[in-house]
Design a protein around this ligand. Sequence first.
Ligand code: FAD
Length: 519
Amino acid sequence: MPKELLLQVSPEIAADAVLLQQYLSKQIKVGVSEIQHVSILKRSIDARQKTIKINLKVRIYLQEEVFQEQSISLPDYQNVAHAHEVIVVGAGPAGLFAALQLIELGLKPIVIERGKDVRGRRRDLKAINRDHIVNEDSNYCFGEGGAGTYSDGKLYTRSKKRGDVTRILELLFAFGATPDILVDAHPHIGTNKLPQIIQDIREKIIECGGQVLFETRVTDIVIKNNEVQGVVTQKRDTIAANKIILATGHSARDIFELLDRKKVLIEAKPFALGVRAEHPQSLIDRIQYSCDYRGEHLPPAPYSIVKQVGGRGMYSFCMCPGGVIAPCATSPGEVVTNGWSPSKRDQATANSGIVIELKLEDFAPFAKFGPLAGMEFQKSIEQKAWHLAGQTQRVPAQRMVDFTQNKVSTTIPTTSYVPGTTSVEMGRVFPGFLSQILREGFTEFGKSMKGYLTNEAILHAPESRTSSPVRIPRDGISLEHLQIKGLYPCGEGAGYAGGIISAAIDGEKCALKIAESLQ
Ligand code: FAD
């Protein structure tokens, strides 16, 4: 039987198969040549002590033991060209994994996506970055792969209860992600690798007889006697189906407005909002790894921080080591930030959303919008930031210490945010209570992470699309909308996911429920 061991080794040993083999031979007292293969089953970094260690779980195969390379293959997808049709609106992680699951269950997905395929999308990302032009259907949030395509591709969820994370990781691996995602405690894929994986998923859907329609925006849902009958697109086509997975993401404001207009039950939902902070990566490395230089064997350090400030949680969100801040607006007249990293996370800066939990009562000034109050609150801040920064895709920016001291920054260095920044006192972007909590919170952060509170750090505003400002309520068991039969609110936009993995899991869950209901 191959031996399994839990061990702590130096980053140098963890990074070098030969050194690791030598180390293990001493541990288990066998000659190096007697070790046939070492499989790494789990890997995490322990940076709590002065000397950083890598935690490994390994399986050691000696020469006489049978070793077979781990093979994870795709499920046996069948051809569903003539099967029962299910409409999936949105080709984000929720929609794509719903489509794959439908195929596995013998149903035909028709995926309808307002944006372009991954290649076409790139031109529009360039336009928003360089020319400040926002395409309302093709941007960092909309298009093939959804909001996750041009991201850091972090593949972990805060909740462990949300279903089968391993299954999603294995599917991503089978579609081309590196095997590292199966062993790392905090796996990520990176912006440069995600598009190919997404494209391969789409090609599989089509190869199996499913349909994927790009540049096709759903503008109406046909509902009769509280049952769905299909959708209408901006091309004025009607596509019929009695089962619709609605996975349009947290930025599809037109879908929330449509549901509200049609008197389909939706609810305002609290979300979180704040700024995106950017530090030199070397500074974060120094804080997290307690060393002057992280060396060649440690990855750029991430950080995660939470504090209770003024009775609310203030926390880091979607931290991107070695990453870039992206312009994530989905309409002209607004600015929004978020972040991405390449697979190597090798950019010189580290960025993270630093956000504050909002409460439903914060949306009171927008009460007249009913369930859209939170969305209107969010929109108002994004539009204000756009005005204050000069009515382009430049964003308001301020040095961190200046912000805590209410001082407008006299200079803002060039940051990773390509459209550029305008020096603005952040207090003008947010309602007073939010600015106050952010100021106090950064001071608290500086006490926990020595060096974090510095004028080298630049705040960009706003970080406002952390999760959906609306929930589309569904039955806890059937996952159908509470009033509308055949409508399956799904993923982040409906309020049931908060990242790539949880959205993918929710997509699978909705597909399973549809298959069950058709039996
Ligand atoms: P989305 O991904 O938002 O997909 C919804 C899709 O529906 C979109 O493609 C949209 O075009 C389409 N759509 C909308 N309206 C219509 C319509 N009317 N008709 C047709 N199609 C429509 N999460 C992580 O877990 N890790 C990360 O590292 C990470 N980094 C991120 C970085 C950035 C820059 C951004 C923007 C997000 C990041 N996220 C990350 C969040 C993550 O991308 C989302 O949680 C996830 O994509 C949600 O999946 P979804 O399928 O529910 O919705």
